[in-house]
Each structure stands twice: as C-alpha cells, then as structure tokens.
Design a protein around this ligand. Structure first.
Ligand SMILES: [Zn+2]
Length: 167
C-alpha cells in the first residue's frame, strides 16, 4: 500500500474514537499534533527502510516483528506531542499505527515478519497494487467526511476559533 493508506488508516480510527468520546460528553482524545504523530508512525516502516519492490520489502528489517518490539521503546517519545491530557492513548495509537502498516502490507503482497531469522512470508496480494491508489483516495475522502459530515467533530468548546478544526 501507499503512504496515504498507511498514514490515514490509523488517523481515521483515532478520529472515530474522538467522535465516540465527544458524543458521550467526554473531551477529545487526540489533538492535531497527536494525529500528525500517529500518521507518521503509520508510514514509518517505509521511511526506516525505503523500498520499491516486494522483494525489498520482504528483506527489510522495519517490516518485522523485531521492529515492532524495538518501536515499543520509542513510542513514549510521542509525549512531546501532548500539551494536555493523557499521553498513554497517543503512545498506544502510535504503536497500533506501526502494527497496522505491517498488517496492511501483509494483505498487499506479504511481509517476512521474522526476517532475517526466517524468510517465511505472511500474506499475499489480496489487494492488487493497481488498486492501491483507490484506497488512498478513499481514506482521504473518509477523513474529510469524518471532519465535515459528522457533527461532533465540528462542535467547538467555547472560546475556540471556528476555523480551526484541529484545535
Ligand atoms: Zn511498508
């Protein structure tokens, strides 16, 4: 999959979590900077080990369970994206975003999750590469829809500027 799907899939999940939180009278869980950090963790495996071919992906260390274990020690750094509120949901969301990247790559070509110890490939092309662009477009539309169609995302606390959706 491409960067749009990898970054916006976890962001959509967090936006929906925010919608549910606000619909039940609780405050937002994720700020705009939190969502940026979560989206970044969503495409981080491809940044840590850039590749163009499926073979390169399946021989990259960033698409393995070892990288997931290593990244667990780095997600607490996301605390710097939190000015207020709990930092734990942000750290958990960043970790999930990284794992979601591997899951999505598994259904769009497969990953060698234990490389270099073993070269077994998990998954295959359930989603052909020529369709990936449509998933990116779909997630862009979904983020827009969550912001604009669902009313709880447009409700602002008193004093917030109406033109700032991420405040
Ligand atoms: Zn990848």
């Amino acid at each position: 999959m491409m960067i749009g799907t990898h970054s916006l899939l976890p962001v959509c999940g967090c936006l929906l979590a925010d919608k549910i939180s606000m619909a039940t009278g609780r405050p937002r869980m994720f700020s705009g900077w939190n969502l940026c950090a979560i989206g970044t963790f969503g495409f981080l495996p491809d940044i840590l080990s850039p590749h163009l071919s499926l073979e390169s992906r399946q021989s990259s260390w960033s698409h393995t369970v070892w990288a997931v274990i290593a990244i667990t020690f780095f997600v607490p750094l996301t605390r710097f994206t939190c000015k207020t509120g709990s930092r734990i949901p942000v750290a958990i969301a960043c970790w999930i975003a990284y794992v979601l990247h591997l899951a999505v790559d598994a259904i769009s070509g497969g990953i060698a999750w234990l490389y270099p110890w073993r070269e077994d490939v998990v998954g295959r092309y359930f989603i052909p590469s020529e369709d990936w662009i449509w998933y990116d477009a779909g997630f862009i539309l979904l983020v827009w829809a969550i912001y604009r169609v669902f009313p709880h995302f447009t409700r602002k606390p008193s004093g917030a500027k109406p033109s700032d959706p991420l405040s």
